[in-house]
Design a protein around this ligand. Structure first.
Ligand code: RIB
Length: 304
């Protein structure tokens, strides 16, 4: 069965500098390599899900500059439908300067530009497409008023939702309550919890307000922790050599959505998502490093 997924989110042009180690405040360090690539959590998740075989529609907003061309190039190459992407000639396309050190860790600044101009009518225009979808996936690199609006629209239409609360600062309680599945990483969980926590499961459980809500907390090299109001379990990930962790969370969210839309049980979908994220970190780039279905299946089934 082909999973039908709508992704509401950002596109950013990623401006990536690779270096031995990150500079400290006030320090200049030499970079080893520079690359420009397609990024933005929303677009990365759309591309990653398309590579896993899903039928993807993307809802987003681009600016009037040449960076928008990077978006159309990757969407057309990967079969991501962009009928519901509009362009705003007056503003810049989102950009993300990214630093990646020799261990593969990154630091990212997002300057969201046109992503902040996403409007309710962009969601309304895609209402029929959302109604046909198995899942709606959304993050927080857009006009934040749209996040609860899109989640509410999906709920009205009976479509299951994943909220990847990234970046997490200022997340509205309404969005957190509306989403069916929340996928913070540990830093985002800390932000959502209002400070440091002792225990991932308790902190994640405190976010859940409905019995049918689930949090899946991504824990990097440890895997991911599933938390419901009743239970919690750790799904370990696959050991790989990390080159660049950028986009790992996006491959995770995409694969989680695809797995669930295809009817996998939650634990299996999380293992499938771990496999996609593990493969993603073995290559440089964000959308560029999202793995194809055959490779994810080989890791997922090979390790069973
Ligand atoms: O998740 C990685 C992404 O975060 C990058 O592609 C960058 O654009 C930021 O949105």
């Amino acid at each position: 069965m082909t999973a039908k997924i709508v992704v509401v989110g950002s596109f950013n042009a990623d401006l990536v500098s690779y270096m031995e180690r990150m500079p400290r405040p006030g320090e200049t360090v030499h970079g080893k390599r520079f690359a420009t690539g397609a990024g933005g959590k929303g677009s990365n998740q759309a591309v990653a899900a398309a590579r896993l075989g899903a039928d993807i529609s993307f809802i987003g907003r681009l600016g009037g500059d040449v960076f928008a061309n990077l978006a159309y190039e990757i969407w057309d190459a990967e079969g991501v439908n962009h009928d519901f992407v509009s362009r705003d000639e007056e503003v810049a396309t989102g950009v993300a300067p990214i630093l990646v050190d020799s261990s593969g860790e990154n630091m990212i600044v997002v300057v969201l530009g046109a992503n902040l101009r996403l409007r309710q009518r962009d969601i309304d225009a895609a209402r029929e497409r959302i109604a046909e979808a198995d899942m709606l996936v959304i993050q927080r690199e857009i006009n934040l008023a749209i996040v609860p609006y899109a989640l509410r629209t999906a709920k009205e239409l009976g479509v299951r939702t994943i909220l990847n609360p990234a970046p997490a600062d200022g997340a509205s309680p309404e969005s957190i309550q509306l989403a069916d599945i929340l996928t913070p990483n540990e830093i985002e969980l800390e932000t959502l919890s209002g400070g440091a926590f002792d225990d991932v499961a308790s902190a994640a459980r405190a976010l859940l307000s409905r019995a049918d809500q689930t949090a899946v907390v991504t824990l990097g090299a440890q895997g991911a922790r599933i938390v419901t109001q009743e239970e919690t379990s750790l799904t370990p990930t696959f050991a790989v050599e990390a080159v660049d962790t950028t986009g790992a969370g996006d491959s995770f969210n995409a694969a989680l959505a695809v797995g669930l839309a295809e009817g996998m049980a939650l634990g299996d979908a999380v293992r499938f998502a771990n496999a996609a994220a593990a493969l993603c970190v073995t290559k440089p780039g964000a959308a560029d490093s999202a793995p194809c279905r055959a490779d994810v299946d080989a890791l997922y089934f090979g390790a069973q």
